[in-house]
Design a protein around this ligand. Structure first.
Ligand SMILES: Cc1cc2nc3c(=O)[nH]c(=O)nc-3n(C[C@H](O)[C@H](O)[C@H](O)COP(=O)(O)OP(=O)(O)OC[C@H]3O[C@@H](n4cnc5c(N)ncnc54)[C@H](O)[C@@H]3O)c2cc1C
Length: 373
């Protein structure tokens, strides 16, 4: 049997793999995409779809900001089912400590050209009348937006296929070989470049990869148009989301185009079981009701879980593997892979083609964690 040879094999049809495949195919590379399940069925289906500029570090800011600009440039070309909605974010301050954080964020973003607006209590309630009383203000980031991620992944795969990419759907990559991949059905594919973008499964395919699963829960309600108008996130989130060990919940809610409300979120390490954990779910909903008391009267339709792919330094791995000359990584995007998928795809292609990158790539290079593996 003749062995199929590609320029690039992309493992995983989540939003990151799909964006990378589209970027490579649009460049003219001969691409194969191998997806074990369905397109966008992993973390991409579980995620919230908040396209958000973040500032935990300069590197995180650079990649989220760059990616958001790419999303905005693409907005008109996105099909309707991607539901790109420029609702903006409001970071909510419950006390003076959190208000100080809102002001610090304001300065950080403003200095780097991101439009932000500090809200006092009056303007916070004007923007979001269903919030509980007693909050003291917040920070609005009008440039943030939301999408429906699985349809975005499908759109990127369709784009790649229009440019000739071949899709192997429902077929698992069993192993990465020296010159390609071996599939579960025994088929071997060869390529000049192999991209491991298998999200929280990526470590199973590449030895020594420090990518761990971080479980999250979400709930979706029935339709209540206008109940909230922005993606709302408590500033207390910054304290809880950073814990690398303890389970945490934080108030985070998103208005969907359908009028539904998507309620998050939780973070748990060292849990492999994907079932809904009612105790963490109750904590998460209690937290949300603390901020939006009216939520308690609304009906929810479904709760689910997903796994973020977490690296030790909370930055993704984008670029060549330190030891395998054909292997590139595009994984470890934790809670920001929907946002950063587009920036990842651009940075990956630039490295494959030996070109300058639009933002410095050093902080995301896999060598920082794989060279000592
Ligand atoms: C609760 C929750 C909320 C989130 N909210 C947000 C948010 O608001 N904004 C944001 O930017 N990010 C968010 N994220 C993060 C985001 O969802 C992920 O970072 C992103 O979806 C990762 O995409 P991916 O393509 O790397 O992984 P995945 O979507 O998991 O895709 C990996 C794919 O690889 C396939 N695969 C695995 N192993 C193999 C194999 N051996 N062979 C072939 N295929 C394989 C899987 O089937 C899967 O489809 C959230 C995540 C969670 C869990």
């Amino acid at each position: 049997m003749t062995r199929k040879i590609y320029d690039a094999i992309v493992i995983g049809g989540g939003i990151v793999g799909a964006a990378c495949a589209a970027e490579c195919a649009l460049e003219g590379l001969n691409v194969a995409i191998v997806e074990a399940g369905i397109i966008g069925g992993g973390a991409t289906a579980a995620g919230m779809g908040h396209l958000v500029v973040m500032d935990d570090s300069e590197a995180q800011f650079a990649l989220t900001r760059y990616s958001q600009q790419l999303w905005n440039e693409m907005s008109d070309a996105l099909p309707r089912e991607v539901e790109h909605d420029a609702c903006g974010t409001i970071w909510i301050a419950a006390d003076e400590e959190e208000m100080a954080e809102a002001r610090r964020k304001e300065q950080f973003y403003s200095e780097r050209g991101v439009l932000v607006e500090v809200l006092d209590a009056h303007s916070l309630y004007e923007a979001e009348p269903n919030l509980r009383s007693g909050l003291i203000g917040g920070l609005r980031v009008p440039g943030d937006s939301v999408i429906y991620p699985p349809c975005a992944a499908q759109f990127f795969v369709d784009q790649a296929r229009t440019k000739g990419a071949e899709l192997f759907l429902g077929v698992r990559v069993e192993s990465i070989t020296e010159d390609g991949v071996r599939l579960h059905d025994g088929t071997s594919l060869s390529a000049g470049v192999i991209v491991n973008s298998a999200g929280s499964w990526s470590a199973a395919l590449t030895r020594g990869l420090e990518v761990k699963k971080r479980k999250g829960h979400l709930v979706i309600t029935d339709r209540y148009p206008g109940f909230v108008r922005h993606q709302l996130v408590e500033l207390g989130y910054l304290k809880s989301a950073h814990s690398l060990t303890a389970d945490s919940v934080a108030f985070n809610i998103q208005p969907r185009g359908t009028g539904q409300l998507l309620i998050g979120s939780s973070r748990q390490y060292n849990v492999d079981d994907s079932s809904v954990d009612t105790s963490i779910l109750s904590r998460m909903l209690a937290r949300a009701i603390k901020y939006l008391p009216g939520l308690g009267k609304l009906s929810s339709l479904r709760a689910w879980t997903g796994f973020r792919a977490a690296t030790p330094d909370k930055l993704p791995l984008i670029g060549p593997h330190a030891d395998h000359k054909r292997l590139y990584l595009a994984t470890g995007h934790e809670g920001l892979g929907i946002t950063t998928s587009l920036g990842t795809a651009k940075l990956l292609l630039a490295q494959i083609m030996n070109r300058e990158t639009a933002i410095p790539v050093a902080p995301y290079l896999p060598a920082r964690v794989t060279q000592h593996a």
